[in-house]
Design a protein around this ligand. Structure first.
Ligand code: ISJ
Length: 424
């Protein structure tokens, strides 16, 4: 249901000298409400936004279609003066969708009052109001530096590591019994800081270390995801599928050997193939032609390496990026195979609500172009307590998975957010 919407949306986009948007994250101002800061940044490109002109939230099976319908209605009557005309210019909505249809967590779309974007050598500033045409905005630089949240105490979330290891063992029994071929189980960690956690502190630190990820913040969901569920750019849809993981050791020569063994591991290749199939099948329903590489490459991140496949397709049914994300979610990279059975095992064994973890997170413009990643390597800031954040990490389980190894893999997936929070 719409939580705020009055008057027609009026937006104005002007070109900026590219140098003024070299460091997008540095432009984010200090916000009275941290949930008003939005980010979708990779290297020096992407979008940051602040202020809130309109927002929408929903729960349930219809959350994607309700969000799409709200955005269509809101933008149908919009007055847009756009000097730049690229994907991401004009008014945009950032969004973070709940993983599960049954989740009580609200999926959220936010239309910021100010957005700064950069794509290649082109930078822009969009100002949005409801009512009168805004004067072209100006950037206030530099924004005050974010402060450290101070000492952090970590506590177990829904399960201790030992309990979660048992749950992985139970998942292996379900696989052996034929209930599922693959299931992705997640666990949570609660971090409590001495002071309020400023998302800008996390975003900057994530971006500095994880430069091949998309560093995001939407309504309190913050992280650095390496996985692009779907990007729609003028009819071309692309998706980066990840599944199959090995931890890095820090020794480059050894890591290279590990990358080779990952690329040959039949367990990881099987786990990966399920994820690629689920994405290719779902995307294929919207596309006239598809490109699905036969074998994956190895994506190197500072904490882990993943098997990765970039899938592409030409969309021929007019679907928006959010509608494509709805079709692709949940992929076997975060759910399992077959989907419905894996989701039942997840609901039974995880003992928690995933909230917006592992759901689509990203942005969309008035044409429907946009980018939706999977909210991984992330955490949800507690809306009622600015000093608390819940972190999530999950692992794909297939026949042959080792529960103790999966605990270690989930620990490795917590590293980006743990390190971003602490002063290390
Ligand atoms: C579920 C997560 O990651 C997913 C699971 C992976 C795996 O099991 O190998 C790899 C990448 C992601 O698709 C997570 O980071 O929480």
């Amino acid at each position: 249901m719409p939580t705020s919407q009055s008057g027609r949306l009026v937006a104005r986009t002007i070109a900026l000298p590219p140098a003024t948007a070299d460091d997008l994250l540095a432009l984010l101002p200090q916000a009275a409400d941290h949930r008003d800061l939005c980010s979708w940044v990779r290297r020096s490109e992407g979008l940051v936004g602040w202020g809130r002109v309109a927002d929408f939230d929903a729960t349930g099976t219809d959350r994607f279609s309700a969000a799409t319908a709200w955005w269509r209605t809101l933008t149908a009557g919009a007055v847009v003066r756009d000097d730049v005309r690229l994907p991401g210019t004009g008014p945009i909505a950032f969004g973070a969708m709940a993983y599960a249809a049954a989740s009580p967590t609200r999926s959220t779309l936010v239309v910021p009052a100010v957005v700064v974007g950069r794509r290649g050598d082109v930078a822009w500033l969009t100002t949005v109001t409801q009512g009168t045409l805004p004067a072209p905005g100006t950037l206030q630089q530099p924004a005050p530096e974010p402060a450290s949240p101070g000492e952090i105490a970590f506590a177990d979330g829904a399960r201790t590591a030992a309990e979660w290891e048992l749950a992985v063992g139970e998942a292996l029994d379900r696989i052996a019994g034929g209930a599922v071929d693959k299931v992705v189980l997640a666990r949570s960690l609660i971090a409590r800081a001495a002071r309020d956690i400023d998302p800008r502190w996390l975003l900057r630190r994530l971006a500095a270390r994880y430069e091949s990820t998309w560093v995001f913040a939407v309504a309190g969901m913050v992280g650095a995801t390496p996985e692009m569920l779907v990007r729609l750019d003028r009819g071309l849809a692309t998706s980066r599928v990840l599944a199959g993981t090995i931890r890095r050791t820090g020794d480059d020569a050894h890591d290279l050997a590990l990358a080779g063994s990952l690329a040959r591991s039949s367990k990881d290749l099987e786990e990966h193939e399920y994820a690629v199939r689920s994405v290719a099948d779902a995307l294929g329903r919207h596309c006239s032609s598809m490109s699905v590489p036969e074998s994956p490459f190895v994506l190197h991140l500072p904490n882990v390496m993943h098997l990765a496949t970039d899938v592409a397709g030409a969309v021929d049914d007019g679907a928006t990026s959010l509608e494509l994300a709805a079709s692709l979610h949940p992929s076997a990279a975060v759910c399992g195979t077959p989907t419905a059975a894996a989701d039942r095992v997840i609901a039974e064994l995880e003992g928690m609500d995933r909230g917006r973890y592992a759901g689509p997170v990203g942005w969309m413009d008035v044409t429907g172009d946009g980018e939706w990643g999977i909210a991984l390597r992330s955490g949800e800031l507690d809306p009622a307590d600015g000093r608390q954040i819940t972190l999530y990490a999950g692992c794909g389980i297939v026949a042959g998975s080792d529960p103790a190894d999966e605990v270690a893999e989930s620990d490795a997936k917590f590293i980006p957010m743990r390190d971003a929070l602490t002063d290390r």
